[in-house]
Design a protein around this ligand. Structure first.
Ligand SMILES: [Zn+2]
Length: 484
């Protein structure tokens, strides 16, 4: 049940047309084509659902079956009064007992006796919701019954099971909106997307106000077989599995495919007030680029990478320093938002320093837009000095499912291809990057979020945030500032 705040440095890319399913092929499993990203898996389509399946050979079989799921609906599918609904739908699909009387969680938890990490995980993003589940191989079909029942035959109502899960989720949402650095990251995201379909009243809507009826309404409206992909690695008979999935979907309309959210434009200025108790003083800087064509997304990501390296090269003065944990990229269908964090351990007013970085960012955007990157900048990929996150996958029971979900969602669109091309054709690559910079960067939107602790008031927890928005257009800088 990871929060919607993305992990630092884990670049999340949006799955494009690969998952657009427009035709229903009925309930008879039909093998379509294999996927180059998932070697060894066979791909089937059942009543609109894409099913990747692999029966691992005995020598490499994981102790537990790995079941991944991707639903092409997320925060951007919420109506304005549905804050938290996409996130709570993600929770309820696993934690609330489906029509079979069992929850995915209850089956998975019983099977998992290896240690303390949870046996499943979920994540909601701007356009997608993902789950990674581990369970005993012999329980694979039961898990699928519970999972598909919760998605397409929801019985969610305001009973004890619902209240228990909301109570548990409340701790997570409290941390997302009230715990200093996490709250700042979420505030930055909300502010950057203000005025677009990805904006939600995350901070203003208390979780108990989100009713079972609302969440169920979201599930029934937005979850369709045509938006679902399953990725299963389990020691089960293939035809038995496919027939079982077909039975689970009998009578369910394949429904709509993924919605088109490519009209998002990061234009309106944003401002916000956040009251949290911060141990230190923080500030955030976000740059958003919108109206990106799908084929240009890796190129714009590469530009953001160059921009980040230039920003990190700006000399640090005073006591302010970069908070590398807050460098994240949020990815929507046609928009990218990169965030940067700063801290001042001394607790002094950091606004002038943050403004210096904001101006530096504007200058970098303007010079990249007019001149493109230099040849030297084509030879770096990783931000210098940024440690790679290393996770011990062996301790995570659903690691295999998590990995296949990420591969399918993100790896096909990584900007790696740009850097590979840069090695072979540097001049041509520089031209491509320069053209994209000229096309997209003049309309970049910068959002600055301040957390200011009241001076001489260690006991006062109320912090104010001033959000400042700046746009650069045709090399001319316009910026407005609003202090709340
Ligand atoms: Zn959660």
């Amino acid at each position: 049940m990871r929060s919607r705040l993305l992990r630092p440095r884990a670049i999340r890319l949006f799955l494009m047309a690969a998952t657009v399913l427009s035709l229903s092929l009925g309930a008879i499993p039909q093998e379509v084509a294999a996927h180059s990203l998932l070697p060894g898996y066979s791909l089937f389509e059942i009543n609109g659902v894409k099913v990747y399946f692999r029966k691992p050979p005995s020598e490499e079989r994981a102790q537990l079956a790995q079941i991944g799921a991707i639903m092409m609906a997320g925060i951007g599918n919420q109506e304005p009064d549905e804050a938290h609904c996409a996130h709570m739908a993600e929770h309820m699909v696993c934690m609330y007992p489906g029509p079979s009387g069992e929850s995915v969680w209850s089956i998975s938890a019983k099977d998992y006796q290896l240690g303390s990490p949870l046996p499943l995980n979920g994540h909601v993003s701007l356009d997608t919701t993902e789950w990674a589940v581990s369970a005993a191989h012999s329980d694979t079909l039961r898990v699928l019954t519970a999972l598909l029942g919760s998605m397409f035959r929801s019985t969610l109502e305001s009973d004890e099971a619902f209240k228990t899960e909301i109570k548990r989720a409340r701790r997570e949402v409290d941390a997302m909106t009230g715990s200093d650095i996490t709250a700042l990251a979420n505030k930055m995201k909300a502010s950057a997307f203000h005025g677009t379909r990805y904006y939600e009243t995350l901070f203003e809507t208390p979780l108990p106000e989100v009713t079972a009826e609302k969440i169920r309404g979201f599930i029934e409206r937005e979850y369709t077989p045509a938006r679902l992909t399953l990725i299963i690695a389990a020691d089960v008979d293939e035809s038995e599995l496919l027939n079982h999935i077909a039975r689970c979907l009998v009578g369910i309309d394949p429904g709509r495919g993924p919605a088109d959210h490519s009209d998002v434009y990061l234009d309106p200025p944003s401002q916000a007030t956040l009251e949290v108790g911060a141990k230190k003083q923080y500030a955030g800087l976000a740059v958003g680029i919108s109206r990106i064509l799908p084929e240009d997304r890796p190129t714009v990501l590469a530009l953001l990478n160059i921009l980040t390296r230039r920003l990190y090269a700006v000399p640090q003065t005073g006591s302010i320093r970069f908070l590398r944990d807050l460098h994240t990229i949020f990815v929507a269908q046609s928009a990218l938002v990169a965030t940067y964090g700063y801290t001042d351990a001394r607790g002094s007013d950091m606004s002038s320093e943050v403004q210096r970085y904001q101006e530096a960012l504007s200058s970098i955007l303007a010079s990249l837009a007019s001149d493109g990157p230099s040849m030297e900048e084509l030879s770096y990929y990783v931000i210098p000095g940024t440690p790679r996150v290393s996770v011990d996958l062996s301790s995570i029971p659903y690691a295999g499912a998590s990995q296949t979900v990420s591969t399918l969602l993100y790896n096909g669109l990584m900007e790696t291809s740009i850097w590979d091309r840069a090695e072979a054709y540097p001049e041509e690559t520089r031209k491509i990057l320069k053209a994209a910079a000229a096309k997209y960067l003049p309309n970049a939107k910068i959002t600055v979020v301040y957390q200011k602790q009241p001076s001489n008031s260690g006991t006062v927890l109320g912090l104010s945030i001033a959000a400042l928005t700046a746009c650069i257009a045709l090399g001319v800088f316009f910026w407005r500032r609003a202090t709340v």
